[in-house]
Structure formats: C-alpha cells, structure tokens
Design a protein. Structure first.
Length: 248
C-alpha cells in the first residue's frame, strides 16, 4: 500500500487513484463530426452537470438504460436573471407535454431552446424535482456562481407524468432504452441538469448521457404563431446583444 505520510507518497497515491478511475463517455452520434462536439459527459445516478453553451449548439440528452431522470434548468449565460419559466413553457404553446417543436421559454418571452427531436415521450413539466434533485441543481449552479434563488422550477426528462381524467397527476415511468431528446440552443445558455428520481417515481436512476455539438445550420419546424412571436423576441434580443456600439 502506498504511504501518504509524505508528499511524495501522497502524490503517488493520488496518481494511482486517478489512473484506476474510468471516465465513461457517450459515443459520438453517427454523422456528427467529433471535432464539433463541445460536451460529452456520462452523469451517474446522484450526479449533475453544469455547462455553458453557445447559440446554435445542439444538445442531446439520452437514457441509455431506460431508467434515468434528468431534471433540467436553463439560464441565459450572459444575463442569469433571465431563466427558464416552466409555466410559460406550458402556457404559451398550449401544451403541457413536451415533443418536437416545443419551445423552452424564458421569463422574458424568449426561446432559450427548442425541442428538435424526441424518442422518449416520457417527460414532466408539472411536478418539479425531489429535494435531492433540487439540491443537486443548487450545487451545479454554485459551480457557475449561481445562488439557490437563481434556480427556479425545473423540467424532468425521461421519467414522465400525465394528468388523469380526475385531475390527479400520475407517473408514466420511463420510455424505451436508449431514448433521446435533442434541444437547439437559441441564446447562450447555462445548462444545469441533475440525475435524480422523480417525486412520483422514486426508483433509483441509471446513467444519463449529455452530448452537445455545434449545429449552426439546424432549424426548427414550427409555424405556430405563438412560437414565431417568441422567436422574433429572441432574435431581437440577440441582435441587440451583438450591437455594442455606443451612440455618440
């Protein structure tokens, strides 16, 4: 056994531990140039991630074992006071259940990200996270200089809930093994995600994969007037952010 009673021994022990650790990473999807990948993380049960992503990034979250639950929260990177508003994300598109084309809206009526594709169909915008899940989001946010008050209600991905005819909210469990959901980022974002059970489904979670790559030519197909209005608000804000010229 390596002694840690000296600096040399402690260093040797630490390096041995690092060499023994295996860092699993999700595979790059077919057709994606590995040089464009900016994030590739496998998040274990009880883990979290915090990443800053640019406009035009495509984010893929995946449920490789059909058992994970991803509690997702978004904030505008350069203006963290603007953040995901789950109530508007449900209200403006007239739809509580996420699917392709669904915008994730900020509290300023702008589109932070849009769902591009979804093979799960098991998500939840109604219940929020467990206490443990919220704590993980707070820890993830702290790594980006955020305080608990900066982190509002989140969305749960891959472990769903539906409203029953009698008004009760019922869990729907997970979708298929290997299910994915893709988001297109419209404004620079801080993305926080925690891998924790759903409040209505306390089964242990499996690994969660997080991939992101540059996709500036990807486009959303959604002609709904509410969506187009939110996109117009977003583009106006982006144009203003790019115009740093101070009037004389």
């Amino acid at each position: 056994m390596t002694s840690t009673q000296s600096t040399d021994g402690a260093r040797a022990h630490a390096r041995a531990q690092a060499a023994a650790a295996t860092q699993a990473r999700p595979e790059t999807p077919d057709g994606i140039d590995p040089a464009t990948v900016v994030v590739a993380q496998r998040i274990p049960s009880g883990g979290y991630a915090n990443v800053v992503l640019g406009r035009g990034t495509r984010v893929r979250l995946a449920d490789p074992s059909g058992t994970t639950c991803a509690h997702l929260f978004l904030l505008r990177a350069e203006a963290s006071w603007e953040r995901l508003n789950v109530a508007d994300t449900v209200k403006v598109p007239w739809q509580a259940y996420l699917s392709a084309g669904h915008p994730l809206l900020s509290d300023q009526g702008r589109v932070l990200a849009t769902v591009l594709a979804d093979t799960s169909g098991h998500h939840d915008t109604l219940c929020g996270p467990t206490t443990d899940g919220r704590h993980q989001l707070h820890v993830a946010g702290a790594k980006q200089g955020l305080e608990p008050r900066d982190i509002g209600p989140s969305i749960a991905l891959f472990r769903g809930a539906r409203v029953a005819p009698n008004g009760a909210i019922e869990p729907t469990g997970n979708g298929p093994v290997g299910a994915t959901i893709d988001l297109l980022v419209h404004l620079p974002l801080t993305l926080l995600v925690a891998n924790a059970p759903h409040p209505l489904d306390d089964r242990p979670t499996g690994d969660l994969d997080l991939l992101a790559w540059s996709a500036p030519t990807d486009r959303v197909t959604n002609a709904d007037p509410e969506y187009r209005r939110a996109v117009d608000n977003t583009e106006a804000a982006w144009s203003a952010a790019l115009n740093t010229e101070v009037p004389a």
